[in-house]
Structure formats: C-alpha cells, structure tokens
Design a protein around this ligand. Structure first.
Ligand code: AMP
Ligand code: MG
Length: 204
C-alpha cells in the first residue's frame, strides 16, 4: 500500500527512516516529483530502477542539500563552482568527474566515472536530504517512458502498484517549475548541455 501524507515533521522522520533502511520514498522538488533512495546504497537504488522499469544503464541524478555535501561526490572545477553559486538550489544538474572518495554507488552512476549532481530548490526535498544525511538518487517518480509527475496523485497513479512497492509519497502540492532540470556536462574541456530544461543556455 502506498501512503500519501503531508510532510509534517513526523512524516519527514518516517520518510528518512525508510530511506536509511534502504527503501524508496517519493518526494516533491521544484521540477517534478522524484522517486528517492540513498544514492550510496546499491540495494536501495536497485529498487528505483525496478519500481520505474528503468534500464540500469541510464544513470540517476543525485540530490544534495548543499554544495559542501556534493563537493565530496564530484570534482568541482571553477566553472562548476560558479554555476553552483549562481543556480543552486535550482533546476540545474551538473555532470562532473566522480570524486575519488565519492560515496555515490556504481549503480546510481550506471558504472560511469562521472556523477550527476543537483541541489533542488524545494523546502521538503532539502529537509528530507538533510535528515537522511546522504545524497538521494531521484529520477522522476513515474513508470519509465511515461509523463513526469507534478502532483502526488500523478505519482500514485503511475507507481501505486509498483513492484517493489513505494511505501510513502510526501505530498507537497504541485511542482512550481513542472519541467525537468537542465543537464550540463562539465566532465570535459567543453561544457555541453545534454538536456534542455528549466534553465536555458542563455541563462548559463
Ligand atoms: P532523469 O533521472 O530521467 O531525469 O534523467 C537524468 C538525466 O541525466 C538522463 O538523461 C541521464 O542520462 C543523465 N545523466 C545522469 N547521470 C549522468 C552521467 N553521469 N553522465 C551523463 N548523463 C547523465
Ligand atoms: Mg523522467
């Protein structure tokens, strides 16, 4: 059974406990609802791929609560630091070389030597990540190949009967942006926008 609950302090504690125990939780961000799990726990991340029916060669974005946390996961050069300063928290995902001491697991990265990182601009998402104390891998909370959810009811309609089940959806209303994050690859010399999104090339 999937429970849909407003993100009170108690429910946020429950969500964090589920995630620390290796389960998945759907939560709101400013872009779309995410299906989150501990990005450092391969067993937990495997549940995301299974519940969504997402192929495991498609890497996940890891969400942090601040730049300092993510500096332990990716190697930030001056371009990355400037973009983080300008756009985080916000709908910009950066692909960076993996930090040698990164905790984000192989499955989250689909085995790549790079990591996809973002700090979401949503109080519930930030509180959840902070309480968990680890980055959360979180693609959109829908079956792979279907429309991304912008309300808790969209999530329930898409993943309510998922296997493994999604035990909890944090209900945070409609997503303000309603569009996926922009993905920029900074792992090479030249910055490349891999996915158009809420932030435009002009903004960057
Ligand atoms: P989604 O989670 O479906 O919103 O999509 C995340 C996007 O980021 C996908 O297009 C992934 O292919 C892309 N992505 C995530 N991690 C990496 C990475 N390490 N290198 C390149 N692309 C990535
Ligand atoms: Mg998606």
């Amino acid at each position: 059974m999937t429970k849909i609950a407003a993100p009170t302090d108690d429910v946020l504690q429950e969500a964090a406990a589920l995630i620390k125990a290796g389960d998945v939780v759907a939560f709101p961000t400013e872009t779309v609802y995410g299906l989150g799990a501990d990005a450092t726990n391969a067993h937990a991340v495997a549940k995301i791929f299974a519940a969504k029916g997402r192929p495991s060669f498609n890497p996940l974005i890891s969400h942090g609560s601040n730049v300092a946390q993510l500096e332990g996961e990716g190697i930030f050069d001056s371009r990355a630091l400037a973009l983080a300063d300008q756009f985080w928290p916000g709908p910009l995902t950066m692909i960076l070389p993996k930090h040698p001491r990164a905790r984000i697991c192989d499955l989250t990265r689909a085995g790549l030597e790079t990591v996809a990182l973002r700090v979401p601009d949503h109080a519930v998402a930030l509180k959840l990540i902070e309480t968990c104390g680890v980055p959360l891998a979180a693609p959109s909370a829908n079956r792979s190949g279907t429309l991304s959810p912008t309300s808790p009811h969209h999530v329930a309609a898409s993943l309510g009967d998922a296997v493994p089940p999604v035990p909890l959806i944090l209900a945070g209303g409609s997503c303000a942006v309603g569009l996926e994050s922009t993905v920029i690859d900074l792992s090479g010399q030249e910055a490349v926008i891999l996915r158009a999104g809420a932030i435009t090339a002009d903004d960057i």
